[in-house]
Design a protein around this ligand. Structure first.
Ligand SMILES: [Mg+2]
Length: 372
């Protein structure tokens, strides 16, 4: 089998609101082959920067568009192709958009392998740790503490046993910050797990104060309170509190995760398959985390392509236990661009059994929202 094409499709809602909701647009990758099998991937990043990293021409031997690097190659050689892409795009790649672009192609290659062999990706990765996995509802805070409490009650009534609230208005002032967490806990009741995603808003000392205050409301983890490069701040915070500290969604490739784990001393590693370098790199990160006794969760706030990929990944590693499942109300794009919609059943998500990722694109939906 040979790769005959790579397509990076930019989809966007006609109205994009100024919110930290990355489900309002999407970059979907297709890898085509001479045997008629098409692999699907996704990248959650700066969409047109990633599209450029894929579509770009050969500039020189360490600055080449990814399409050109993989054309004519065998899609089964995922490890070899990952390194070929990494080496030949290393000037603009390594971290950030260049690595994000590799992620989308790597994901599509694993989809092709699964489809060709008639096996789900988790089986190719040697997995099988779960029959089903518990999702946590992942959402933004309400505009006020009270609104956050109402949202929490809604998710509890929908059967979620774990909920994460994130980003604005966290970080405005101490009273609001604590009010948001207090009302979230009140709305959820005593039994559900509550995660708090601060959204990169504090310095280390403020984060330590907040972690202490939030522990009165038994939060399961505190996510990304600091800027991602503040490794020493993460270490200070981690030493000062019993609250689990989670981070990783800003990272691409294993070297950044090693810094977060060894220098930053984080407690939960968050891997976004559309950013870290796809399945090929994510498995290595999970293994590094396992060796350090650290659990791994997915990060995903975009489409069911990413959710499906996360299900395969988390089913393939020993240190997984819960899955981020976005429940934002503005789901137009997510619900229109794939044939399958992934839903929780009795509070759990089933592990997919169809070949590849087990997700098919809805071409009408893609055409409706495609802008580049
Ligand atoms: Mg987050």
């Amino acid at each position: 089998m040979k790769i005959t094409g790579v397509e990076a499709m930019y989809l966007r809602l006609p109205q994009v609101r100024e919110l930290c909701d990355s489900g309002q647009d999407a970059l979907i990758i297709k890898v085509l082959t001479d045997e008629g099998i098409t692999g699907i991937g996704e990248v959650d990043s700066a969409p047109l920067a990633v599209k450029g990293a894929i579509d770009g021409p050969f500039s020189h031997t360490t600055a080449c568009g990814l399409r050109e690097i993989v054309l004519g190659e065998d899609p089964f050689q995922t490890e070899y192709l990952w390194h070929k892409m990494y080496r030949q795009s290393i000037y603009g790649g390594r971290r950030g958009a260049g690595l994000h672009a590799i992620s989308g192609i790597d994901m599509a290659l694993w989809d092709i392998k699964g489809k060709a062999l008639g096996l789900p990706v988790w089986k190719l990765l040697g997995g099988g740790f779960h029959q089903r996995i518990r999702p946590y509802a992942s959402t933004l805070f309400g505009a006020t503490p009270e609104e956050t409490g109402e949202r929490a009650r809604c998710f509890r009534d929908r059967g979620f046993t774990a909920v994460k609230f994130g980003w604005e208005p966290m970080g405005q002032d101490e009273k609001t910050d604590i009010g948001l967490v207090r009302e979230a806990r009140k709305g959820l009741g005593d039994d559900a797990d509550l995660m708090i995603d601060a959204g990169l808003v504090w310095d280390a000392k403020t984060a330590i104060q907040r972690a202490r205050a939030f522990s009165d409301y038994r939060i399961f983890w505190l996510e990304e309170p600091l800027l991602p490069d503040d490794y020493d701040g993460y270490a200070k915070l981690s030493r000062a509190t019993d609250v689990r500290i989670a981070a990783g969604e800003e990272e691409s490739n294993r070297h950044s995760f090693i810094e977060l784990m060894d220098r930053g001393q984080i407690d939960v590693v968050q891997v976004d398959l559309t950013r870290v370098g796809g399945f090929t790199e994510a498995m290595k990160i999970a293994s590094l985390a396992f060796d350090r006794g650290i659990p791994v969760v997915n990060h995903g706030f975009t489409t069911y392509v990413n959710v499906a990929a996360a299900l395969h990944f988390l089913n393939s590693i020993p240190n997984s236990f819960i899955l981020e499942f976005v429940v934002e109300e503005q789901t137009t794009l997510r619900d229109c661009i794939t044939k399958q919609k992934i839903v929780a059943r009795d509070g759990y998500l089933d592990i997919p059994s169809a070949p590849g990722l087990g997700i098919d694109l809805n071409e009408d939906g893609i055409a409706k929202y495609r802008v580049a």
